[in-house]
Design a protein around this ligand. Structure first.
Ligand code: NAI
Ligand code: MG
Length: 502
């Protein structure tokens, strides 16, 4: 078993499938040159699932070479753009056919509820690939009139070899967000998955080949960030790096990408505010605030993790929110139908959240719910009780730092001016939610809040057709929507002299 490239596995829900273990380069699974592996852990019971090959710099070289050759290969470079879209539709169709297996692997490795993997994450993956498939034959430039002596036009050309580094919170969905716009615009890709969740992406790789993409167009590696990720970010043969993950790692990537002035897009952390005004629909504010922070075990970059409530409605909100969380956030085995919240993805993330709980207690915030590990799922696993702190001061660690768990802080404000000032008092700028029934106030605030995305009367309402991304230290560039294409094309200007004689 130890060195085989495919192994038969049975997921906890009985789904039997063949798990690839190799690095996917040139449409083939291969072992890492060093033989190094990483081990995937089931966060629900802390047991090892399987180990897979981990790329080192020499494997990254091979993958980048494969992607470069594919980029220059006329079979890909000169492909009819409608045919390029058809490959992507075929890929989406295969994902649909293998949806249950992909969802089972995602839940097994990541811990998110199976119903969410199947109905939400996989819907997002299929939807994103289809959405960008449709753009394949709609990428075009302009003719720019100057004078009869010149024909000037632009073409939108692909950037080249794109390195893509994705996180573990939405493994397949983040892969789709990155592959969709890169492939529909004619780039080639070396994608590195997160070492915490290496399995589903390898199964996805089998469908890349089956869809008929030429070898080298999409290469998929597992491997550690500091080894494989860093090798990709620094590689002289890579033209662009796209990253989703922590702000600290994003900054490292910017530095490494400077080596050959790579084009970069970064989608990083957040401490997004959710503002509830006295005139809000309280019931709706409570329900969206719950989704906004507790969804996906709180492991969401856009999580509205700082709730600010106007003082007239504060007590009622806290009471209603606490009550709602206690019934809606059902913690349990992610393969059970009624589970809302599974385990945190890894022991490290679990310990990180627990350490913020200790910090909140020691800094003197008031714990109103949770605040401990949840041990009622067979006694094992990285489960944490949904945690709510009130009485939080603006300089507390738990108010300022991204926790990335089922963990929320609630504070109060008096005036609209104070709400705006406090909302913006952060180095982050990813999302923000505003609850008010005053439509004028809602729009006014949307403009004044420093964030890439503002939700009026909802939270974390993302849509593949709408640009996603942050300002300040939450990132650079946009993913999704038409805006996502800009990150993967150059505008080349072509000047044709029609009579300007010297
Ligand atoms: P991370 O940012 O270190 O990892 C994300 C990805 O970057 C992974 O694929 C990893 O292998 C890669 N990576 C790590 N170090 C690298 C390096 N030096 N060069 C190139 N690639 C590298 O995040 P991590 O450590 O998994 O999680 C820590 C915290 O980051 C979380 O608690 C959360 O606050 C935040 N985070 C934010 C995410 C988001 O969606 N914006 C996703 C994951 C984590
Ligand atoms: Mg795992």
């Amino acid at each position: 078993m130890a060195d085989e490239l495919f192994v038969e596995l049975t997921a906890p829900n009985g789904n039997k499938y063949k798990q690839p273990r190799g690095l996917f380069i040139n449409n083939e699974f291969v072992k890492s040159k060093s033989g190094e592996t990483i081990t995937s852990i089931n966060p629900s019971d802390e047991k090892e699932i399987i180990s897979v090959y981990a790329a080192g710099p020499e494997d990254v070289d091979l993958a980048v070479d494969a992607a470069r050759k594919a980029f220059k290969n006329p079979e890909w470079r000169d492909i009819d753009t409608t045919a390029r879209g058809e490959l992507m539709y075929k890929f989406a169709q295969l994902i649909e056919e293998h949806r249950e297996t992909l969802a089972a692997i995602e839940t097994w490795d990541n811990g998110k509820p199976y119903s969410v993997s199947l109905n939400e994450d996989l819907a997002e993956v299929i939807g994103t690939i289809k959405y960008y498939a449709g753009y394949s034959n709609k990428i075009h430039g302009q003719v720019i009139d100057t004078s009869p002596a010149k024909l000037a036009y632009t073409i939108r050309e692909p950037l080249g070899v794109c390195g893509q580094i994705i996180p573990w919170n939405f493994p397949l969905a983040m892969a789709a967000w990155k592959l969709g716009p890169a492939i529909c615009t004619g780039n080639t890709v070396v994608l590195k998955a997160a070492e915490q969740t290496p399995l589903s992406i390898l199964y996805l790789a089998t469908l890349v080949k089956e869809a008929g993409f030429p070898p080298g167009v999409i290469n998929i590696l597992n491997g550690e960030g500091r080894k494989a990720g860093a090798a990709l970010a620094q590689h002289l043969g890579v033209d662009k790096i796209a990253f989703t993950g922590s702000t600290a790692t994003g900054k490292e990537i910017m530095k490494m990408a400077a080596v050959n002035m790579k084009n970069i897009t970064l989608e990083t952390g957040g401490k997004s505010p959710l503002l509830v005004f006295d005139d809000a629909d309280l019931d709706q504010a409570v329900k969206w605030a719950h989704i906004g922070i507790m969804y996906n075990q709180g492991q969401v970059c856009t999580a509205t993790s700082r709730i600010l409530v106007q003082d007239g409605i504060y007590d009622k909100f806290v009471e209603g929110f606490k009550e709602y969380v206690s019934t809606a956030s059902v913690v349990g085995d992610p393969f059970k139908d009624d589970t809302f919240q599974g385990p945190q993805v890894t022991k490290q993330q679990y310990e990180r959240v627990l350490s913020y709980i200790e910090s909140g207690k020691s800094e003197g915030a008031k714990l109103v719910a949770g605040g401990e590990a949840y041990k009622n799922v067979g006694g094992k696993g990285f489960f944490i009780s949904p945690t709510i702190f009130t009485g939080v001061k603006d300089d507390m660690k738990i108010y300022r730092e991204e926790v990335f768990g089922p963990f929320v802080v609630i504070s109060s404000f008096k005036t609209e001016e104070e709400a705006i000032e406090r909302a913006n008092d952060t180095s982050y700028g990813l999302g923000a939610a505003v609850f008010t029934q005053d439509i004028t106030k809602g729009h006014r605030l949307a403009r004044l809040i420093e964030a890439g995305m503002v939700w009026i009367n909802s939270s974390n309402d993302s849509d593949i057709r709408i640009p996603f991304g942050g300002v300040k230290q939450s990132g650079i560039g946009r993913e999704l929507g038409e805006a996502g294409l800009a990150a993967y094309t150059n505008q080349k200007a072509i000047h044709v002299n029609l009579g300007n004689k010297l």
